[in-house]
Design a protein around this ligand. Structure first.
Ligand SMILES: [Zn+2]
Length: 332
């Protein structure tokens, strides 16, 4: 088994925002009202202070649970004529254009945070993936036998990640991944995602310290303990992902480019920094399910398993990596 990491040079730092949400946001209320008043029809709604035209709204299946336990609903639509996904969760709604791949404003540095993400100028630099041989054998997670019927992705939001808008997070990083898995890669499997914060030992883990492989092993073990405490620990399809702010001090560099994610190839745990690009979660999840860099594509856009290239993220896997994931899941 190999440790694989993803290096991207985006040249920015995480910035925690503290905007507790206590009631349904005005945007969420506007979306709910307009969508229910116009079933099957185009409508206008105010979102982030300006009017948007929503056309062709259709619900997409998704089993995602937010940190407060509320379920997410996902939609596809044209928003001002552009393909978009819309995620509604808890008291929030979020619209993400599929062509929008720059870092979202919530993760911008303080000086740039007032810019809209489409106006970002990014320090792309160069980036490469890093492949390391694992130094320590990884013990198989407990309870990894039995037929595979469900993929359970546990996404732990580290306290330093500053992620407090689950609709934005789900939409930005996982909505298109979820849709592709359901529609094109594993339509026979049930796919669930659980977002968790404030899990002692995990969301406050000192992931900077010591050996990064050991940290991933620790995450795998603690994640499984947590899943078991929720009565769902015995799934061979369970994977554990820790989303952090600052990238780990022990993650290293690849040709001077910072590494923005870590995963054990075909392993059960991964870490990503939310200072990385939009496809960083799909990339690291892909490693855990057998997708490879070798079968990625970097033109005309960066497929999920590509390293960073100064082109938009495709927000999907290549046909070859879809097949790699299918084969990997079939072995169960
Ligand atoms: Zn990689």
């Amino acid at each position: 088994m190999r440790l694989r990491t993803l290096a991207f040079a985006l040249g920015m730092t995480a910035c925690a925002l503290a905007t507790p949400t206590l009631a349904r946001s005005p945007d969420a209320a506007a979306f709910d009202a307009a969508a229910s008043a116009n079933p099957g029809r185009a409508f206008d709604m105010t979102y982030e202070g300006r009017s948007r035209r929503i056309d062709g709204l259709r619900a997409i299946d998704m089993e995602v649970e937010g940190p407060d336990g509320s379920p997410a609903r996902m939609f596809r639509a044209l928003v001002d004529g552009q393909a978009a996904t819309i995620v509604r969760i808890g008291d929030r709604v979020n619209i993400a254009l599929e062509a929008e791949t720059a870092p979202p404003p919530a993760l911008a540095s303080a000086s740039a945070r007032t810019s809209r993400s489409s106006e970002w100028s990014i320090d792309y630099g160069f980036a490469n993936d890093l492949v390391l041989e694992e130094e320590t054998p990884v013990p198989p997670p407990r309870g990894t036998t039995g037929p595979l019927r469900t993929l359970d992705i546990w996404v732990f939001l580290h306290e330093n990640a500053g992620e407090n808008d689950p609709a934005r997070f789900v939409n930005w990083y996982v909505a298109t991944w979820d849709a592709e898995m359901r529609e094109s890669i594993a339509p026979d499997l049930r796919i669930r995602m659980f977002f968790k914060d404030k899990v002692d030992g995990i969301t406050n883990m000192d992931y900077h310290s010591g050996d990064r492989v050991k940290r991933l092993q620790e995450l795998s073990s603690l994640g499984q303990d947590y899943a078991e405490s929720r009565g769902m620990g015995d799934s061979p399809g369970a994977r554990y992902l820790l989303v952090v702010g600052d990238r780990g001090e022990n993650w290293g560099h690849e040709f001077l480019a910072p590494v923005y994610g870590l995963a054990l190839q075909k392993g059960h745990a991964a870490m990503v920094s939310n200072t990385g690009p939009r496809h960083v979660l799909a990339h690291e999840i892909g490693h855990m399910f057998g997708a490879t860099h070798e079968d990625a594509s970097s033109f005309p856009c960066a497929s999920n398993m590509a390293g960073y290239v100064p082109l938009p993220s495709c927000l999907n896997y290549t046909d070859k990596n879809r097949e790699n994931i299918r084969k990997y899941l079939d072995r169960y």
